[in-house]
Design a protein around this ligand. Sequence first.
Ligand SMILES: C[S@@+](CC[C@H](N)C(=O)[O-])C[C@H]1O[C@@H](n2cnc3c(N)ncnc32)[C@H](O)[C@@H]1O
Length: 361
Amino acid sequence: MEGTAFAGYLFPTRLGQAWNAGMLVLMLSVQSSLTMAYVDTDKVRWTSPEQAIQSEFSAGFTTESRVAALAVMVESAKLRRELLTDRNTSTLAPSFACPPAVSGLEDSGRHDIEVHHYLRHKIWADNFDFCRGSFGLWTEGAGVESPLRAATIATAVGLKPGQLVLDVGSGCGNYAQWYYEWFGARTIGLDYTEEAVKFAQESVAGAAPAQFCWMDISRYLGDWLPSRSIDLAVSFGVFYYLRVDVGRFEAGPEPMPGEGFANATRTPCDRLAATHLTQCRVAREMFRVVRELGYVWIGHLGSYKGKWDPKRVWGKNYWPCCFREELLRQEVSLREVPESKLFASHIDWDPTYSLILKRLS
Ligand SMILES: C[S@@+](CC[C@H](N)C(=O)[O-])C[C@H]1O[C@@H](n2cnc3c(N)ncnc32)[C@H](O)[C@@H]1O
């Protein structure tokens, strides 16, 4: 208003009044655009965390932002580890009686696809020395995404110092190392790639309370692990190597090439739990060994455009059917959680999901 009065003083005529009016309009519009700008800023400031995360997602995560997220998670995990550790916290390495190592994958009765996967991992570990060069036995190394996933899982379930983790398909033992360094937890890892188990035993088990067994998890994850003895059973990037159903591995024409008509028929829902060598079977063994209020976390299901996803290969109720009895008895809570947000994965990594079970009783 001062400016208008100043102009009126300079131009106390009709022309001056018109000038004053023009100035007023101009000032009001400047003021209103400033107000609008202010409101916009305000909006940004008041964006809900969920919206802010969404816009980050649409912008796409970068390696730097993943590293930043990991660094924050690790620092708070380490602090929590310190705060929760007391003289009763166990740091003893697990000492289960691993089943006798026969070979990585017994040849008899195995499908070509299983042998193929087994040899591939063997070559990665033996010939290419993946354990030394990357985060686990991943084709090109999983980079920061691997520790980010491990940390997210442990944070989500509230892993505590001294607790016991079962890592099914533990590869080079990275999770065991991180779960001890960051969360103070102890781990038993199982894997059928001998070189990877050797590496884990030599490089990780010396520095962290961890034990590694060389074994085929589809065949030997059985009674040698006592029921209800584990706090968190985790398996990441492993289940897609296992059969979905009796002789069925992947989505495709029916019957699948090489499968024969016998397998064109799927095991019915109520008999899925009794199948052998299958994803369902291994998931059930993992659930068996988890204590009350403990968790099973099976990740990276549905990757590779769902090619190996039981929900696509067998049917969308694969997991509820696999745990049908436990669900009916209300012993388990079962969640299928999309991974794209959870782990800030690369967008082109297909809509993978995690199966998360909690033992209720
Ligand atoms: C992609 S790597 C993931 C390793 C580790 N979980 C990680 O996230 O870094 C898959 C692992 O599963 C193991 N694996 C696949 N099928 C298996 C089986 N039937 N028995 C034991 N290990 C198996 C491989 O040897 C390999 O270490």
